[in-house]
Design a protein around this ligand. Sequence first.
Ligand code: NOJ
Length: 531
Amino acid sequence: MHDITAGQWWRGAAIYELYLRSFANGGAHDAGACAGDGTGNLAGVRERLPYLADLGIDAIWFSPWYPSPMADAGYDVADFRDIAPEFGTLAEADALVGEAHKLDIKIIIDIVPNHCSDQHPWFQEALRSQPGSPERARFWFRPGRGPDGALPPNNWQSIFGGPAWRRIPDGEWYLHLFAPEQPDFNWGNPDVRSEFEDILRFWFDRGVDGIRIDSAALLTKDPLLPDTAPGLPDPASDRDDVHEIYRAWRRVADEYEDKVLIGEVWLPDADRLARYTRPDELHTVFNFPYLNCPWDAAALKKVIDSSPVPATWVLSNHDVDRHVSRYGRANTSFDLQGRDHSQPVDLVLGTRRARAAALLTMALPDAVYIYQGEELGLWEVEDIPDELRQDPIWHRTGGRDPGRDGSRVPLPWSGKEPPFGFCDGCQPWLPQPKEWRDLTVEHESCDPGSMLQLYRAALRIRRERLGAGPMTWLPSADGVLVFDRGDRLRCVVNISSVPAELPAGTLLLASNLLGADGTVPTDTAVWLAIS
Ligand code: NOJ
């Protein structure tokens, strides 16, 4: 029913987040791509495009695919205009874009404008140049404080733990809001601005349909670099001057047809968040309050009602605990700053709720994001051996924060043993749980009650029945959400502890078996046709 080739294709799209390192390790299509090294690559994606077409998605968002030392899994970019050799080649990326388009799948790539890799030529030039030089002015180099400048220039802390400054041999310090291998660009510098506008054009010219903007609220900093203090505005986040950048980027996107800009903006304040999607700025931002929200009807309703428009619904991504695990814990909410793997997880309960959450999410208006593996019901792998962990968060917090590796474990495709068809006779870069033998694509494709079949059915019905129709809440019992989407679909989600009445309509899809008396059991969602 929704036509993704018309303008604003992204509004109703189902967008699949493809975490390249963990999707599929395929054979080499072009010289240079590695087969069987245990890391996902473009060849693997090209081989599996039919799987994604069959799943029923409209677009793929690729995690960063650029040359990178991988200090932060590719979010430390050494060259914004090429493909990492371990992932493939630029020619292969071009071929992939063409193949995806033939299947009516759009391609969104990840641009990381807040920082680059410390191996990026600009940063290497800056290190070789003098303090005060134009090369250093593209970053935040400053003398230190205290005797001999031995203390960092201010009290800012890295989001990954520890101070946000690193000292170099000539005594200056440079700012890194993430890992030390990720120096922050100075967006007050005109070279940085023009470089990124050029990078956008480079990828749009190659046929890429959209850009996911990493850490979009962090780009501009108070140039005086004041200490942070409780009660004062954050000098390094969500500053008013960041919006000029997105107005300029929108002008670039508008030089083309149907390109979309999507901001990764983690802000609790709905009004501040809404500023990023003003008509001359980004097209959408991720709705993280929905992801953070506990499995609670009143809380979900509140978040849904205050969502930015156009909406984007996200349950999981590569930075958060997978929602099967979140929903199986006593505390079902998520806090990026406080991952807690000490709570017991009931995977049966979590899976049941994840199934209901999938139907809730896919019935909501506008775009939905699916993080690879959620369609298989994968859970957060919490028992990765310490020596195999790669996330800088785990390393920089001395293991206090378990980090994000557990959501990035390579996908299980087929077979009964690891590597489950992820690669041919290789050791995946993170170990897969043996229990995933029941969660492979192969296994779930033959099981009518699987998560995969639920996602396939829901995406098909969503595509057929849900156009731009608005959502209308209907009266419901406590703990139960009931709403209509347009005049064709009614969604009921029972998050209360007692069975809920099934409203009028013809059953289309249910996340679990209904009660013998036709009621909707706890933690169950149902879609009904109303015309
Ligand atoms: C957000 C990305 O999603 C995350 O994975 C990354 O570590 C940080 N930005 C820094 O680029």
